[in-house]
Design a protein around this ligand. Structure first.
Ligand code: G6P
Length: 362
């Protein structure tokens, strides 16, 4: 086991650093100029589909939310469901509904059950997974592989980045097939996607998260906020933090702070604010609301977000890129924060208490 970890103390840190390689594999051969080239999905593959539902658990649920945001902004009806809730209250589907199971392992029982419920009611199903030959890949009508390579650490890292990158590609195909037009700004976004591996590498080589994580060793709450696609990353940042540090962490839609969570904010609760360039002024107002209550704000954004650079108590930069992709980079900083905080607390990082890599019971 130690040999496989190479020079890393934990699989999680190794897998964080593997993200540039994983993303190169994910993207390999799939960007074709201003269009995408997705093996089994040539242009027209999704003709007839009129809406998309994502079903998923844990980290994969957050990737599904990111996918929903990508599709919705280009006019495709999309919704994301926690797989176990989908079983409890199945969303209506018909043969024009595409239900996408986002599942790294392809074996999560709740996700498989949700996919089966959709299939039985006539929907078309697609597995977005890392594992060829997995149950989800075999039982869905179609499969699209994220090609991240094996992930051993229970806390998902590189598979999230590869899931979202694959969803950017899939969104391009879906939007073209469903609306007849490419995504807004598609050429610039696909260009930026090609550069994603090197941008992620800049973040994984950045050592500032280790210092910032020192703020996160207390017993108080740790809150993560964002808007739009950064909301899904705020949830993911909080999940990663609670999974491996056992510290209390919650992600909030930044605009919801004033509707309740602000009551939790004190000088002892560090707040991580994820800035992407979308909805920037509004996020800055949220940061002001927090700072008025004395809480330290750690902003994660490109340096071009000068409002955040100037006001945040700590600033963790990510490379400037297309605003639709910035949240993927910010998520890597949050992975590093969680990792370094957990390492400082000497937690069982690769096998957190009570958690399993793949949950095959409902
Ligand atoms: C478990 C893991 C999580 C993972 C979730 C979904 O709870 O601990 O890290 O996100 O399952 O797994 P999947 O394989 O379906 O993506």
């Amino acid at each position: 086991e130690d040999a496989e970890k190479g020079s890393y103390d934990h699989y999680m840190l190794k897998e964080i650093h593997e993200q540039p390689v994983a993303l190169r594999q994910t993207l390999h051969g799939r960007i074709d100029g201003d269009d995408v080239s997705l093996e089994d999905f040539p242009p027209g593959s999704f003709e007839g589909v009129d809406s998309v539902q994502f079903v998923a658990c844990g980290t994969s649920y957050h990737a599904g939310m990111y996918g929903e945001w990508l599709l919705s902004k280009d006019g495709v009806e999309a919704n994301t469901f926690i797989a176990s809730e989908y079983a409890a209250s199945p969303a209506p589907v018909d043969e024009d509904t595409l239900v996408i199971g986002v599942t790294q392992s392809g074996e999560t029982a709740d996700t498989l059950e949700a996919l089966e419920s959709a299939r039985q009611r006539g929907a078309r199903t697609l597995a977005l997974t890392n594992v060829i030959g997995s149950t989800a890949a075999r039982t869905c009508d179609d499969a699209l592989f994220i090609r991240a390579g094996p992930e051993i650490g229970v806390a998902a890292t590189k598979t999230f980045s590869s899931q979202v990158a694959t969803l950017v590609l899939l969104a391009e195909r879906l939007v073209r097939d469903l609306t007849g037009s490419p995504t807004d700004d598609h050429a610039a976004r696909l260009d930026a996607l090609e550069s994603l591996p090197e941008h992620v590498e800049v973040v994984t080589n950045d050592t500032q998260a280790a210092d910032v994580s020192q703020r996160c060793l207390g017993d108080n709450g740790h809150f993560f906020i964002g808007r739009g696609n950064a909301y899904s990353v705020a949830l993911e940042g909080a999940l990663k933090f609670k999974e491996i540090t056992y510290g209390h962490a919650e992600g909030f839609a930044a605009g919801e702070l004033k509707h309740g969570p602000l009551a939790l904010v004190t000088p002892e609760t560090p707040i991580f604010a994820v800035g992407t360039g979308h909805y920037q002024n509004r996020l800055e107002s949220n940061v002001n609301e927090i700072q008025t209550r004395g809480a330290p704000v750690i902003a994660i954004a490109p340096r071009t977000a000068s409002g955040l650079v100037d006001t945040a108590d700590e600033f963790l930069p990510v490379p400037a890129t297309h605003p639709d992709l910035v949240a993927i980079l910010a998520n890597v900083q949050l992975q590093l924060i969680a990792y370094h905080a957990a390492n400082e607390m000497e937690r069982s990082i690769d096998k957190p208490r009570n958690l399993a890599k793949s949950v095959t019971v409902e």
